[in-house]
Design a protein around this ligand. Structure first.
Ligand code: ADP
Ligand SMILES: O=C(COP(=O)(O)O)[C@@H](O)CO
Length: 572
């Protein structure tokens, strides 16, 4: 149970502000997260990490000398937006390139990918290393699909130490990749976490039972057993991880860093009891234990869970693991004296507003009214959207949509008042939506608004054919961006029938309002039918059959939104 909070939707922002106030020795606020408050005497490769909030010390707590240069910090359990990642990365850049590293989650991949494209387009050398240590999240022949859990720390530590040692970007990337390839984790849980303001835990484990293979957001495990003794748990962990060896590793004679990670409410004392047996077992297997860690390294609010990570060393990786590091959440040895970093500008620069025609300004007013309607319908359904998302997701869809739609509408209101046309209004709304909501749906709604805007432009009014082209472009853009197809149980299942019906109705001579009415009904029908599908992508993918019988939250919110916009179109 998370007991201490103010407004649940403000929790992540208030937490980040408090963290910065408490950890100013290591970090300072930057738009999108935090960057170091110190700097090394010589420029180095920049390591930028990040992800959803709720996992402290991941990710802001791992910023400091010998570790990351910056962390993009998203909403609770939702990836930061592309803009957040971009803003953090820009402020850490020292002319030697940037390595982005984060756990392999759909939202993170989309947003960090967007930031990477944007940074590259500006001429920066940017590479990415995904962390994929959780052995239960995909089979060994699909390692690239595995998610990152406590192994994040291993990869960040190696990359951070390599950067600090002055290596170039090629070498830092290669070492981070090698560290990831030689890291395996296994997690269990005894009870789920409850997000601030939620009435129920995100997931539950029956009393007296232990879920095996659970992730850090309540992704279902692969098995459930009675709660074992500490020694039995150690045996389960070590036995399995010794069969999940990275390529080229043999057990006897190897040197290994074990990390026993507490997910939130398992006590240090319990973990030490487990670790006693872990270290005995590794010793009996002929493995030398090197500088282990027992503690909270990657958490999940108050989840009662624990994971064991084994990091199989080679000579170079051992040197980097042992190198000094100093961050608020992880320290090792004594780092070389640092200089005080320049204060970063925590505000983003305001962009000028493009000139618009009178017709387009009138259209922008309709866009704003539509966004007002979106805010109202999302607010009215936020709880229900959260409830559906809890069944086979991470429960944040309602909150994410609220944060995104409010920010989008507020941004639009500002620029409409300043004379913006439809495209500029939609672009600004898209940016604010994605920036504030993060998560998969934040990135996708930004695609929708931007594509529609590109078709509407800043010069003219829009007839039915233009609107239909904009909606079809949005539908295509969502599929190109998220790689989902109809039937994968995502928002695509609602947007495709909407776009296709709208285009067909307009082609057969219907006016915007009539065509939109038919298309919205088709979308609602299709969204409801997603209950019959099994999720194949996104967070819900790993929840597999759990999603059967419940519609996809993103499809439902899409259908609600297009229906809510209808009266605005009718009145315009
Ligand atoms: N690849 C994808 N393409 C289109 N939509 C997707 C994709 N992956 C997930 N979604 C949509 O995003 C919704 C989840 O949004 P949200 O809960 O805000 O994000 P997250 O799962 O990152 O926390 C899903 O219900 C689904 O409709
Ligand atoms: O949950 C996280 C990001 O996942 P998405 O749901 O894919 O946005 C985050 O906590 C781990 O970075």
């Amino acid at each position: 149970m998370t007991r201490l909070f103010n407004e649940p939707a403000d929790f992540a922002d208030e937490m980040i502000a408090g963290f910065v106030a408490a950890a100013s020795r290591w970090v300072q606020a930057a738009p999108g997260g935090v960057v170091r408050s110190t700097r090394a005497p010589e420029p180095t490769v920049s390591l930028v990490v990040g992800g959803g909030s709720g996992h402290y010390p991941a990710f802001g707590g791992l910023v400091g000398p010998g570790l990351a240069h910056g962390a993009a910090m998203g909403n609770l359990f939702a990836s930061p937006s592309g803009t957040q990642v971009y803003n953090v990365a820009k402020r850490t850049e020292q002319g030697r390139g940037i390595l982005l590293s984060y756990g392999n989650y759909a939202g993170d991949v989309l947003h960090f990918g967007q930031a990477q494209d944007r940074l590259r387009a500006e001429g920066h050398d940017v590479r990415t290393v995904l962390v994929t240590d959780d052995i239960w999240s995909a089979p060994a022949d699909q390692i690239e699909k595995r998610r990152g859990i406590a192994g994040d720390l291993v990869v960040f530590k190696v990359a951070g130490a390599a950067a600090e040692a002055g290596h170039d970007l090629d070498a830092v990337e290669e070492l981070a990749r090698r560290a990831n390839a030689r890291t395996r984790s296994f997690g269990v849980a005894f009870s789920g976490c409850t997000l601030p303001g939620a009435d129920e835990p995100l997931f539950t484990v029956p009393e007296g039972r232990m879920a095996v293979g659970l992730g850090i957001h309540g992704e279902p495990g692969i098995d459930e057993t009675d709660i074992p003794t500490a020694n039995e748990l150690a045996e389960m962990f070590v036995e399995k991880l010794l069969t999940e060896l990275p390529e080229g590793v043999t057990v006897a004679g190897s040197r290994v860093v074990p990390l026993l990670n507490g997910l939130g409410s398992v006590k240090y004392e319990e973990m030490f009891v487990v670790f006693k047996r872990v270290s005995e077992l590794l010793g009996e297997a002929g493995v030398t234990v090197v500088e282990p860690e027992v503690g909270e390294l990657c958490t999940s609010f108050d989840m009662a869970g624990v994971s064991l990570t084994l990091f199989w060393l080679d000579e170079q990786l051992e040197e980097l693991w042992s190198a000094p590091a100093d961050s608020s959440g992880f320290r090792k040895g004594s780092v070389a004296p640092q200089l005080v970093a320049e204060k970063v500008d925590a505000e983003e620069e305001a962009e000028a507003i493009a000139v618009a025609s009178e017709e387009s300004r009138a259209l922008a007013a309709t866009v704003l009214a539509a966004l007002d309607a979106v805010v109202d319908v999302v607010d009215a359904n936020a709880e229900e959207l959260g409830r559906i998302d809890r069944i086979a997701g991470d429960g944040d869809h309602g909150i994410g949509m609220q944060r995104g739609s409010h920010a989008g509408r507020d941004a639009a209101r500002g620029v409409v008042a300043a004379g913006a046309g439809a495209q500029t209004t939609l672009n600004r709304a898209a940016e604010a939506w994605s920036d504030r909501a993060g998560g998969t749906s934040g990135a996708i709604w930004a695609e929708i608004l931007r594509s529609l805007g590109a078709e509407l432009g800043d010069e003219s009014a829009a007839d039915a054919a233009t609107v239909a082209r904009g909606v079809v472009a949005a539908s295509d853009a969502v599929m190109a961006f998220g790689k989902a197809k109809p039937g994968d149980k995502t928002m695509v299942d609602a947007i495709v029938p909407f776009a296709e019906t709208l285009a067909a109705e307009v082609a057969s001579g219907a006016e915007t309002v009539a065509a939109w009415t038919t298309a919205a009904a088709a979308s609602e029908d299709a969204a409801d039918k997603t209950a019959d599908l099994t999720a194949k992508l996104g967070r819900a993918r790993s929840h597999g059959d759990k999603s059967q019988g419940t519609p996809d939250p993103g499809a439902i919110s899409f259908a609600l939104i297009v229906a809510a916009v209808l009266p605005v179109l009718a009145a315009s």
